[in-house]
Design a protein around this ligand. Structure first.
Ligand SMILES: C[S@@+](CC[C@H](N)C(=O)[O-])C[C@H]1O[C@@H](n2cnc3c(N)ncnc32)[C@H](O)[C@@H]1O
Length: 354
């Protein structure tokens, strides 16, 4: 266990005016160096905690981002010695939030647990450490046992497939407006995973023109982070749902009704013209040994430019006679007339019960 003394718990923003977000993370971070809130975090975390693998700028930015966005449910993939978990935990404690941090390493388990137990009680309660790989956390999320995240730190196994998987799965279980920080993104495998993630997830915007600055003629030399002084690529999830040529999936679990007659939509202002294609799947279980039931309907509707509400009718409705574990899945693909635009929805489509 590190001999470093654990500091008392304090709100680093005490005495400062409230930290107000402009709503655009890129703009907020452009003025970072001048922010008194950030500078205070930078001082505080300059040499503390020694167990974090991050540079002071990285630790301070993580603290700042959690406070700026008032994050409440955060996840860290890759606990290591719980140094960065403490930084995040201190910010989340101040926001009345919680952190889940995971790591499969068993050699550091005792050290991590001792470190956590040495923290002040409220900080200890704000952080839960699980000694298993990220996939086991995702398993829990898939069966609905864990809630969605508004702050994500991807810092696990820095191999292409793992990094892409960690980004993809945490994004799937995130909330609109969530922030994702990818550490060590200058490593070529993490970098390409982040690029492929960005290309496949139009709702996630990269902060800083990170990829545009990369020169194919000097591919390693021109890698640069979202925020100077860190090794981070920062993503921000749009507050709207973005529909594109890749399917977007919406789930409606524990249906109180026997099926679906359609869905109500609210496109964001300035909707582009195009066609919305939907695959609707109704599933229902039954006491074993009966096989589960699955019904599928394919429907589509036109979206006119500027349209602000729309109904997608399933005709005839999908209806089941069964009463157990009824759930509906809506898969949407938007094909814009101009070939490039995406369609933003202000909210998850509302199921019209049958
Ligand atoms: C770079 S370190 C994390 C550093 C830590 N976040 C910090 O800032 O101090 C990467 C960690 O990821 C862990 N790791 C490896 N594979 C993992 C997986 N599949 N899921 C979660 N963590 C993993 C490793 O055991 C290692 O502790």
């Amino acid at each position: 266990v590190s001999a470093e003394t654990v500091r008392a718990l304090e709100d680093l923003h005490a005495g400062l005016p409230p930290l107000v977000a402009a709503g655009d993370l890129g703009a907020d971070l452009a003025g970072l160096a001048a922010s008194p809130h950030y500078r205070r975090a930078l001082d505080y975390f300059r040499d503390y905690p020694a167990t974090s693998l991050m540079a002071p700028e990285g630790k301070a930015l993580l603290y700042h981002l959690v406070r700026l966005r008032h994050a409440r449910i955060a996840i860290e993939i890759g606990t290591y010695r719980a140094g960065t978990s403490e930084v995040l935990g201190r910010a989340l404690w101040a926001e009345d939030g919680v952190l889940v941090t995971c790591d499969p390493n068993t050699q550091r388990t005792t050290e991590v647990e001792r470190r956590l137990d040495s923290w002040p009680d409220p900080l200890r309660r704000a952080v839960s450490y699980v000694n298993f790989p990220s996939v086991a956390l995702f398993d829990r999320m898939e069966i609905g046992r864990d809630s969605a995240y508004d702050f994500i730190l991807v810092d696990g196994y820095h191999e292409y497939g793992y990094a892409l998987f960690d980004m993809t799965m945490t994004a799937k279980h995130s909330l609109p407006g969530a922030v994702m920080v990818v550490d060590d993104f200058a490593l070529p495998e993490v970098n390409w995973a982040a690029r492929d993630f960005a290309a496949a997830h139009p709702a996630w915007r990269v902060i800083g023109d990170v990829f545009a600055r990369q020169d194919p003629a000097r591919p390693f030399e021109t890698v640069s982070p979202s925020v100077a002084g860190t090794n981070f690529l920062v993503f921000e999830r749009a507050r709207v749902h973005v529909l594109s040529s890749r399917p977007s999936v919406f789930r409606y679990g524990n249906l109180a009704s026997s099926g679906a007659r359609g869905f109500d939509f609210t496109p964001a202002p300035g909707a582009p013209a195009g066609t919305l294609f939907a695959q609707v799947i109704l599933r229902a279980a039954a006491p074993l040994p009966a096989t589960p039931e699955q019904q599928i309907a394919l429907v589509s509707t036109r979206i006119e430019a500027g349209q602000f509400s729309s109904v997608l009718l399933v005709d005839p409705p999908l209806v089941t006679q069964r009463v157990h574990d009824r759930e509906c899945e809506l898969q949407l693909i938007f094909r814009p007339d101009d070939g490039v635009s995406t369609l933003s929805l202000l909210a998850k489509p509302e199921l019209i019960p049958a």
